[in-house]
Write a protein that binds this ligand. Structure first.
Ligand SMILES: NC(=O)C1=CN([C@@H]2O[C@H](COP(=O)(O)OP(=O)(O)OC[C@H]3O[C@@H](n4cnc5c(N)ncnc54)[C@H](OP(=O)(O)O)[C@@H]3O)[C@@H](O)[C@H]2O)C=CC1
Ligand SMILES: O=C(O)[C@@H]1CCC=N1
Length: 264
C-alpha cells in the first residue's frame, strides 16, 4: 500500500487499528501516524516504528488516509483543527459513533470522499467485523478503504441508515459476548474447574460455535438440535436459562443500547 495512514485519536479503538495494521504488515510502520494530546500512552506503538505526534494538522498533511477515532463529542473540534489541511488527496474515514456523513461534510466543507467505518476492538488481532458506508468515493477509493478493513477482519458495506444498528450489533457486541464468556467461566468454576481451565474451555467452545455457523452457514437452532439429547442435561440447562430470561434479556439489552445511541 503506497498511501500513508493517519489515525487521529490513539485511544482504545485508534490504537487497536494501529496494532492490527502492524500485525498484518499492511504497510510500513513508518507510514502510520497516530495522534493524541497525551502521547505517553502510545510508547509501545512508537517502539514498533509508528510515528506518534500530538499535532493533528501535521499528521493529516503527511498522510492520505485519515481515520478519525475520537469520542463523538470531540469530532467537531478535532475536525475543525485540521479542516484547512484536507485536500483532494485525502480519504476521510470516521469511526465515531453516531456522527453522520452529512455532519462530517458540513464541518470539512470539502468535496472529498467520506467514509464511516464501524469496527470492533478485535481489529487489533485482524478479527474485526467492520461495517462501512461512504459517499463521494470512486471505485478505486472505495476499494482502498475496503482493502484496509478487509485485511483486519470481515467487511460489509451497509446503508448509512443502518450504521447505528451496526454499532450496537458489531461493536458493542464484543462487550456483550465478553459477558457471556465471563458468566460461563464463573459457572465453570462453580462446577469444579480452576479459572485457567474454565477460561480455556469456554473460549475455545465459543470460538468453535461461531466457526461452526460461519463455516457451515447453518442456523444456531440447527446446531443446538445436534447437542440437545432428549431428557439430557443440555436442554434442561437451556430451558432454565430461557425461564430466567436469557434470550429476552439479550434482545432487550440490544434494544436499549440502540435507543441510547439514537438519543445521543
Ligand atoms: N471502543 C470501541 O470498541 C469502539 C469505539 N467506537 C468509536 O470510536 C471512537 C473512539 O472510541 P475509543 O477509542 O473507545 O475512545 P478513547 O477515549 O479511548 O479514544 C479517543 C482518543 O482520542 C484522543 N483525543 C482526544 N482529543 C484529541 C485531539 N484533540 N487530538 C487528538 N486526539 C485526541 C484521546 O487521547 P488524549 O485525551 O490523550 O488526547 C483518546 O485517546 C468513539 O467515537 C467511539 O464511539 C466505535 C466502535 C467501537
Ligand atoms: O459504547 C460506545 O458508545 C461505543 C460505541 C461502540 C463501542 N463503544
Amino acid at each position: 500500500m503506497n498511501k500513508k495512514i493517519a489515525i487521529i485519536g490513539g485511544g482504545n479503538l485508534g490504537s487497536a487499528i494501529a496494532e492490527g495494521l502492524l500485525k498484518n504488515k499492511f504497510c510500513d510502520p513508518a507510514d502510520i501516524t497516530i495522534t493524541k494530546r497525551r502521547i505517553e500512552s502510545l510508547k509501545k506503538l512508537s517502539e514498533k516504528g509508528v510515528a506518534i505526534i500530538s499535532d493533528n494538522a501535521e499528521a493529516v498533511q503527511q498522510s492520505e488516509i485519515i481515520i478519525l477515532a475520537v469520542k463523538p463529542y470531540q469530532v467537531s473540534d478535532v475536525l475543525h483543527s485540521f479542516q484547512t489541511k484536507l485536500t483532494q488527496k485525502h480519504l476521510l474515514v470516521s469511526v465515531a459513533t453516531g456522527v453522520l456523513i452529512s455532519e462530517l461534510q458540513e464541518i470539512i466543507k470539502k468535496n472529498i470522499p467520506v467514509f464511516r467505518a464501524m469496527p470492533n476492538t478485535a481489529i487489533s488481532i485482524e478479527q474485526s467485523m467492520t461495517c462501512l458506508s461512504y459517499t463521494n468515493a470512486n471505485e478505486s477509493q472505495a476499494a482502498t478503504i475496503e482493502k484496509i478493513f478487509s485485511s483486519l477482519g470481515r467487511v460489509v458495506i451497509i446503508d448509512e441508515k443502518l450504521m447505528e444498528a451496526a454499532t450496537i450489533l458489531g461493536s458493542c457486541g464484543t462487550a456483550y459476548a465478553m459477558r457471556f464468556i465471563r458468566a460461563s467461566i464463573q459457572g465453570g468454576i462453580e462446577i469444579g474447574f480452576d479459572v485457567a481451565t474454565a477460561s480455556l474451555i469456554v473460549e475455545q467452545t465459543v470460538k468453535g460455535a461461531a466457526e461452526l455457523l460461519m463455516q457451515k452457514g447453518s442456523h444456531p437452532e440447527q446446531e443446538i438440535d445436534k447437542v440437545t439429547t432428549p431428557k439430557g442435561c443440555t436442554i434442561a440447562g437451556l430451558n432454565e436459562m430461557e425461564h430466567q430470561g436469557f434470550s429476552s434479556s439479550l434482545i432487550k439489552g440490544i434494544a436499549v443500547s440502540y435507543k441510547k445511541i439514537e438519543k445521543t
